[in-house]
Design a protein around this ligand. Sequence first.
Ligand SMILES: *[C@@H]1O[C@H](CO)[C@@H](O)[C@H](O)[C@H]1NC(C)=O
Ligand SMILES: *[C@@H]1O[C@H](CO)[C@@H](O)[C@H](O)[C@H]1NC(C)=O
Length: 270
Amino acid sequence: MKVAALVSLLAAVSFASAEVVWTFKKFQDGVEVPLEQGPDTEFQSQALKKVGEVRKRNNRMGRAADATVTSSNWCGAAVTGSGFSSVVGSWVVPTISRRSGQSSSSSPALAQWVGIDGFSNSALIQAGTLSQLSGSTQQNIAWSEMLPAALRQVNLAVSTGDHITTNVTQTGATSGSITIQNTSKGTTLVGTVSGGTRLSSTSAEWILEDFESGSSLVAFAGFPTSTFTGSAIRSGTSVSPATATLIDIVQNSELCSATLSGSTVSMKDS
Ligand SMILES: *[C@@H]1O[C@H](CO)[C@@H](O)[C@H](O)[C@H]1NC(C)=O
Ligand SMILES: *[C@@H]1O[C@H](CO)[C@@H](O)[C@H](O)[C@H]1NC(C)=O
């Protein structure tokens, strides 16, 4: 009697806490090839951590966007509203460096990604690349994440200087698909996920992030000015980043500022 009661309690608990499940496939020039999924890492990308809003500043700085917000962890652009179902972005994996004041034993890092949600809520589906300096070696990985789960590393080789195009698409309230494509080499990673935090489809974004490891932000790497090009789909219609809200990273001081030139988002180390 007691045992049966315990079993049904456990069953109820595991039913209540839905699990985020990813499956991945890899293609070379359109043909499926073997892929091993990488381990879960201690890294985690986060919903926007807003530290303040800066309005009116854009005119002064010649920025096209309506508004700029500052964040402790995101730099880039977000289109906001309702009905966002898909986003695509292209970027180059940059050569990263240590900022002045970062010791030679530190391992500064950054992530580049596109995603749906996370700007005005704490649901988020995203995919991209992550770069970290260990000693004098730069390591890059491809990854995807759907909150509340941590980041999934995928065993797709990523080299500094690679041209990456990533598409993140919402396929249901708690499910989605991602593709990460190496346009230099013809490799494509396709991932599908279910069981994530319910999406509200209220933003799509192109972000260079100071992500978390454990519960603190990693040392934020220095980087050459980087860009995103791409678009999002809102209620079936293509939307460019041209009307996006820009996001700057400000910690003790400003570390990254975003600008728009047409529909190209630039992130400048500051
Ligand atoms: C992402 O890929 C899906 C599936 O191929 C496609 O329908 C969608 O248009 C793409 N998203 C964007 C923003 O181009
Ligand atoms: C992309 O292609 C480059 C050049 O061939 C290669 O070095 C790199 O490992 C590839 N990266 C990915 C993400 O497949």
